[in-house]
Design a protein around this ligand. Structure first.
Ligand code: SF4
Length: 287
């Protein structure tokens, strides 16, 4: 497969799952991107069949492509992992009731628990950190990857950053049980480093399945890693705040990660402004 064709396939796949724009691309990808029809600003979420047709079948060798590495600012060779038919089957069932969604997420969690796509992460993890919360939440919170406490407890956002996130949630009218919370990665990177682009791509199928099952109206990306990987952009968080981006049927809001706030107390004010912006959009008054 030529590099151009591989890039075209991946761009089409990204758009099929709702990435509305691909602003920073290699020269070859830029030429291909110009030939790909931009996604509508409010498009229906892609069907499981559409997504399935856009990724490699399990019996196919992984495709290799050159894509910009989100956040890293340089090109890397990425291998698209073969899609898992059992994941596609869960999504294709289109679970709608709370019980059906719970069941689908539970089954997906079991599949994730056995995943070893990222050899380094799988060999070091205490457990996978799948996601928690309301299976029919209107709002999904998306972080980057489990840290030490999350790896030990198997839940996202339970360390110091998670405690700060709880305080932010309490300060709004939101309740943690009304949210669904997950990460770009389901395994802890060593030393809490940022997810590698290949790791994010490996785990994307699981994130997408969680989004497809929960079907949130809003996704709040906590930090640049979450935003850059979800939306395939490299724009600084400072320039993404207080506006909505479209991802499938969800509106995406971007703000700083709580761990950034722990290191930069002055940024707390900015996150509070972002939460007030969000609450106002939801027709709610923050405390
Ligand atoms: S990070 Fe995701 S893709 Fe990688 S091993 Fe863990 S569950 Fe699998």
């Amino acid at each position: 497969m030529t590099g151009k064709r591989a890039v075209a396939q991946l761009l089409q796949h990204l758009q099929s799952v709702g990435v509305s724009h691909v602003p920073r691309v290699t020269p070859i990808a830029r030429r291909v991107a110009s030939a790909v029809k931009p996604a509508a600003s409010r498009q229906a979420p892609p069907t499981a069949a559409q997504r399935q047709s856009a990724v490699a079948r399990p019996d196919e060798a992984p495709q290799r492509a050159r894509l910009p590495s989100a956040g890293a600012g340089r090109d890397q060779d990425l291998a698209v992992p073969a899609a898992l038919p059992e994941v596609a089957a869960l999504v294709q069932q289109s679970p709608s009731s709370r019980a059906e969604r719970e069941q689908a997420l539970c089954a997906l969690q079991g599949i994730v628990a056995a995943c070893a796509r990222c050899e380094q992460l799988a060999s070091r993890r205490t457990q996978t950190v799948f996601g928690v919360g309301n299976p029919e939440a209107r709002i999904m919170f998306l972080g980057e990857a489990p840290g030490r406490e999350e790896d030990e407890q198997g839940e996202p956002f339970v360390g110091p950053a998670g405690q700060l996130l709880n305080r932010i949630i309490t300060a709004t009218k939101l309740r943690r049980e009304d949210l669904y919370i997950c990460n770009i990665l389901r395994c802890r990177p060593p030393g809490n480093r940022n997810p590698l682009p290949q790791e994010a791509l490996n785990c994307r199928e699981f994130l997408q399945a969680q989004i497809d099952v929960v079907r949130p109206e809003y996704i709040v990306c906590w930090g640049g890693v979450a935003a850059h990987n979800l939306l395939n952009v490299q724009t600084p968080v400072s320039r993404m705040r207080q506006q909505f981006f479209q991802y499938g049927s969800a509106q995406v809001l971007v703000t700083y990660h709580p761990s950034y706030l722990l290191r930069n107390a002055e940024a707390k004010k900015l996150v509070w402004e972002d939460m007030q912006f969000f609450m106002q959009h939801l027709g709610m008054q923050a405390n």
